[in-house]
Design a protein around this ligand. Structure first.
Ligand SMILES: Cc1ncc(COP(=O)(O)O)c(C=O)c1O
Length: 377
């Protein structure tokens, strides 16, 4: 699926030097390296504030807590995401309300969001938390409008979307506050767990900063119950180096996605969506947006058999995500039955992510496409 060593090898010396600076300064928690990364991240995203923290999951919690979304509030999000999109809401003390996805983009559907806002739980909803799934921004024209009309906070789950854009605005600056993950398989990745909160609001940034250090504004004086969720110096050092390269890697991912598209079309396998018949539905890049291709996800009716076929040929693939969140055992408490979100449930049966990363070679992509063509023939 992903060969991280190809990214690492050319950076080896630069990373060693950056990491050795942390050892020399002995600033292991936050410190100069993290501050340097935060400033560079803000410049790259075009946001006023970036705050490094210990994971994407914590970044989501921090964003919600900074926006004072907790007990008594409900947050509307998608059932077709990684578990943390919902568990962070519950950790913040709020209730999670779900709305179905758009079958073309797999992102939260504005129509479904509007219906939920007009539904029985609508009055308690204080925030919408769209996920930029697979590296493509959710529809922020619609969500910004709904947010303004209804006085809702917009919290972006941008874990998969470093560098993605919507109408020329980068993910991270689209809503009130955003959460990023630098988990090692992400487009911009740390050497361990790390995450970040981004916002244009001075007030939310100040609160997030206080909350990531046990609610302290002044050392050992605790104004609120926060948590320990600081970024460590090694991660800041690694991320600052990788920030210099991420734009080039994103362009390479774009080229790889374009190549897959061309190869699948040439093989006669691509079908018009949103649902597959006998072939494949290819991922769709929304006009005016910039997809960063964290994943290249196809839809196919015989997904599980195809996955086994690829595995037998040592071709990696992955299912993001096989069980929609409302059907997870841990989230039965949300009170949704199977059938509540048909688009998410269908997507969970049909999606398959193919290998994509900046350094993937054309011959490797050709091998993937040939194997899929053989399976479908
Ligand atoms: C959509 C989404 N949200 C949240 C997270 C949580 O990030 P982390 O694994 O860094 O805690 C991830 C990554 O795994 C993710 O893909």
């Amino acid at each position: 699926m992903l060969d991280l060593k190809r990214q690492y090898q050319p950076l080896h010396q630069e990373l060693l030097e950056a990491v050795s600076l942390v050892l020399q300064t002995q600033q292991f928690i936050l410190g100069e390296q993290v501050a340097g990364f935060e400033q560079a991240a803000s410049r790259q995203l075009g946001v006023a504030h970036s705050l490094g923290c210990s994971s994407g999951t914590d970044a989501l919690w921090l964003a919600l807590a900074a926006a004072q979304i907790g007990e008594g509030a409900a947050v509307l999000t998608t059932p077709f995401s990684f578990f943390a999109s919902v568990s962070a809401i519950l950790r913040a003390g709020a209730t999670a309300v779900l709305a179905d996805i758009d079958p073309v983009t797999f992102n939260l559907s504005p129509t479904a969001v509007e219906a939920a806002l007009n539904g029985p739980q609508g009055k308690a909803i204080r925030a919408v938390l769209p996920v930029h799934l697979y590296g493509q921004c959710a529809d922020f024209n619609a969500f910004n409008l709904l947010g303004k009309e209804r006085g809702l906070k917009l919290v972006e789950d941008a874990a998969q979307a470093w560098g993605a854009e919507w109408n020329g605005v980068k993910a991270g600056g689209l809503g009130d506050i955003a959460a990023f993950s630098f988990y090692p398989t992400k487009n911009l990745s740390a050497a361990g767990d790390a995450g970040m909160v981004a916002t244009n609001s001075d007030e939310l940034a100040e609160r997030a900063k206080m909350l990531r250090q046990h609610g302290m504004r002044r050392r050992y004086y605790h104004d609120e119950i926060g948590w320990n969720t600081r970024m460590d110096g090694f991660q800041g050092a690694v991320l600052e180096v990788k920030l210099r390269y991420i734009e080039g890697w994103t362009r390479s991912r774009h080229n790889a996605a374009r190549r897959y598209h061309a190869l699948f079309h040439a093989a006669g396998l691509a079908e018009a969506g949103p649902y597959p018949a006998h072939g494949l539905v290819l991922p769709h890049e929304v006009a005016g947006s910039r997809h960063v291709w964290h994943q290249y996800v196809i839809r196919t009716a015989r997904r599980d058999a195809l996955r086994d076929f690829l595995a037998a040929r040592k071709i990696g693939s992955e299912i993001y995500y096989p069980v929609p969140l409302h059907m997870q055992d841990a989230l039965k408490c949300l009170g949704y039955a199977e059938g509540a979100f048909p688009e998410s449930e269908r997507a969970a049966r049909e999606v398959l992510a193919l290998p994509i990363f900046a350094e993937i070679r054309e011959d490797e992509q050709q091998t993937v496409v040939n194997a899929i063509a053989e399976f479908l023939s």
